[in-house]
Design a protein around this ligand. Structure first.
Ligand code: TRP
Ligand code: SF4
Length: 336
């Protein structure tokens, strides 16, 4: 039997997850854990690179995100689930990788400039923010991961990780690290309630463990094809974000029924949305129940993550011994 391929990915702690997170990343992780040896972690140090001036939410967001992970089906028996800042070796490797990473590689990183412009209110001309991808490289190679499931926006970071990994092996003349492959999760962007990309900062999200009444209300208010002003106006489902949701949550028959009804004005938007609401609520009910269960059993959650942290720590201990030896700073000469 060949060893299972090792998969690793991280998420910055953004708090409760929304449907965009579920379909964009989490569902994919949940699938992967059936086949691979998986490591998934909360990138709380990465959150600090942008939120260093107001880090107050990071702990609560970490808790909320972990609960949603478990509620959605990440299984601590199958995957190693842990918190980045609980495994200090990430920081040590980050420091060592910093020594060999040319500044030019970081300065030409497209997300560096993009983010600086997008998050204008925050001062991101910091050393920590420039080093974001070096920390990410450390996260990945410290577990000697083979595959990194990420969205398109993260591809430059995985590419940089590959270059840093090769450079380390070359510099210290030892194949310490494998060169990881990105596993592109190619899912269409889920529109939010207003038709733009679903994002916390737009306030257009449906959360995966939200109350049923709230989900229903939100969908009833959701944007539709603007051509359907009156009930008798025909519409085009391809111009309607509600239809994007039907494609994810409804049966083939229902999809055909609403598409046809929309084009012929045979059904109204409320009828169309009611079918969707039923399907979304059915899909999310078990997640919400699981979340409530976890909220009343916080010890269970802590135990799961504590175990994950331990497994992760054990794993990095061996890697770091090899790394220190490779750079010539192995076992301290002053220790017995
Ligand atoms: N930068 C990633 C994001 O914003 C999060 C992340 C941090 C990550 N370390 C990682 C993803 C390692 C994959 C592997 O989504
Ligand atoms: Fe959108 Fe459905 Fe209304 Fe068509 S009928 S515009 S798909 S909500």
């Amino acid at each position: 039997m060949t060893a299972k391929k090792r998969i690793l990915s991280g998420m910055r702690p953004t708090g409760r997850l929304h449907l965009g997170n579920l379909h964009g990343a989490l569902d994919n992780w949940i699938q992967l854990q059936e086949q691979y040896e998986c490591f998934f972690f909360v990138a709380d140090w990465h959150a600090l690179t942008t939120d260093y001036a107001s880090p107050g939410q990071i702990r609560q967001n970490t808790w909320d995100m972990v609960l949603d992970w478990l509620a959605a089906g990440l299984d601590p028996e199958k995957s190693t689930l842990f918190v980045q800042s609980d495994v200090k070796e990430h920081a040590e490797l980050y420091l060592l990788l910093g020594m060999i990473t040319p500044l030019a590689w970081l300065e030409r990183n497209p997300t560096y400039k993009d983010q600086q412009q997008q998050l204008e209110v925050k001062d991101l001309s910091t050393y920590g923010f420039l080093g974001y991808p070096v920390l990410q490289a450390a996260d990945i190679i410290i577990y000697r991961a083979n595959g990194v499931p990420v969205g398109k926006d993260q591809l430059p970071h995985v590419e940089l990780t590959r270059e840093i990994s090769r450079r380390f092996n070359f510099m210290y003349e030892k194949e310490v690290f494998p060169v990881p492959d990105p596993l592109l999760t190619d899912v269409p962007v889920l529109p939010g309630l207003d038709g733009r990309k679903m994002s916390k900062s737009y306030g257009n999200c449906i959360y995966i463990t939200e109350a049923e009444g709230t989900i229903q209300e939100k969908i009833l208010k959701m944007m539709t094809d603007p051509a359907r002003v009156r009930r008798r106006d025909a519409g085009d489902p391809e111009k309607c974000p509600v239809f994007d949701y039907h494609k994810l949550y409804s049966s083939q028959d229902e999809i055909e029924h609403v598409a046809d009804g929309c084009r012929t004005a045979g059904i109204g938007c409320v009828d169309c949305k009611k079918i969707l609401i039923g399907n979304i609520l059915t899909r999310l009910a078990p997640l919400r129940e699981k979340r409530l269960h976890l909220e009343s059993n916080p010890e269970k959650v802590k135990e799961a993550i504590r175990k994950g942290n331990e497994r992760a720590s054990k794993e990095v201990r061996t890697t770091m011994e090899e790394v220190r030896a490779a750079v010539g700073l192995g076992h301290s000469m002053f220790q017995p």
